[in-house]
Design a binder for this molecule. Structure first.
Ligand SMILES: Cc1cc2nc3c(=O)[nH]c(=O)nc-3n(C[C@H](O)[C@H](O)[C@H](O)COP(=O)(O)OP(=O)(O)OC[C@H]3O[C@@H](n4cnc5c(N)ncnc54)[C@H](O)[C@@H]3O)c2cc1C
Length: 263
């Protein structure tokens, strides 16, 4: 029987809609529509499958602004038992160091965890540093790019992880952290009734820095080990936007001529 299974979940702007603020050199989230970070949905599905098989309680932990609440409730509708949102203005500007610290503090506060699951990386920041960061703060082992977890006897687990050209199976002791490979499973749809219940009745717990025993100096720009010095925006190549008309043979000939001229 497993105890708590923690899933860290980030809400990310859709990649094709991301806009950068050239002044603060950060992602301007207000300009894009958002979604649950895709790999985190795979992490949640892994957690729910572990719960179905070995019991336990699935708890989602997020660090972000209050507008993430509906996305967290979606995770509840998918089957998570509880959720915590770490939200505090002092966290703005945090790089992966304070982000992983705050998440680790929240996970310690929840306590009784056997497995922590994260996505392999976020679709916006995409450093993949937060999962090993959390494990380091908590002093527990971690497995990256995991795609399957099977519990064995005496608090041990067998974890399949993808490596270049294949996979390897690792044995690891609980509590441990695994970052879950994007697309390794099919996340279930939210349950309709549970979705309604989550939207109307579920009370999301919101924790501030004080709740985590952290000072403003440890997080945000002050607590970060990195600063963004320069930001260069790459524009996609212009499309030719030319329409070729005529009989199919002529279209093919013209298309071949254009392609040749571009090579
Ligand atoms: C100098 C600097 C300044 C920054 N300033 C800002 C800023 O002002 N505003 C801003 O929004 N971002 C800012 N960022 C980005 C911020 O650091 C990242 O959003 C955050 O640290 C997560 O890193 P990542 O996206 O690379 O996560 P990854 O390590 O790629 O994520 C892997 C997994 O970790 C978990 N995870 C990651 N982040 C969270 C989270 N917040 N909550 C729950 N789980 C999580 C998820 O499960 C995710 O799948 C800044 C980054 C730098 C380097």
């Amino acid at each position: 029987m497993l105890r708590n299974i923690i899933v860290t979940m980030k809400v990310t702007p859709k990649p094709e809609e991301i806009v950068f603020d050239p002044v603060t050199k950060t992602v301007d989230r207000s300009k894009a529509s958002n979604e649950i970070n895709p790999a985190d949905k795979n992490a949640l599905e892994t957690a729910l499958q572990l719960k179905d098989k070995y019991g336990g309680k699935v708890i989602v932990v997020s660090m972000g602004p209050p507008f993430w609440e509906p996305f967290i409730k979606l995770a509840i509708a998918m089957g998570a038992d509880d959720a915590i949102l770490i939200s505090d203005r002092a966290l703005a500007g945090s790089d992966t160091l304070p982000t992983s610290l705050a998440l680790a503090k929240a996970i310690s506060k929840i306590g009784d965890y056997d497995i922590i699951l994260t996505g392999e990386e976020s679709s916006d920041g995409g450093t993949g540093q937060v999962p090993p960061g959390i494990a380091a703060w908590l002093g527990i082992p971690h497995v990256t790019f995991a795609s399957q977890i099977e519990m064995m006897e005496k608090g041990r687990a067998r974890v399949k992880r993808t490596i270049k050209g294949g996979y390897e199976i690792l044995e690891v002791e609980t509590p441990f952290l695994a970052s879950i490979e994007l697309g390794c499973n099919t996340p279930r749809f939210p349950d309709f009734r549970r979705k309604r219940w989550a939207e109307r009745e579920f009370k999301l717990k919101v924790w501030t820095l004080a709740d985590l025993g952290l000072s403003p100096e440890e997080v945000g720009f002050k607590g970060s080990a990195t600063t963004v010095e320069t930001l260069i925006e790459r524009k996609p190549p212009e499309r030719l936007k030319r329409k070729i008309t005529g009989p199919p043979e002529d279209i093919a000939e013209e298309l071949a001529r254009i392609l040749k001229s571009l090579i």
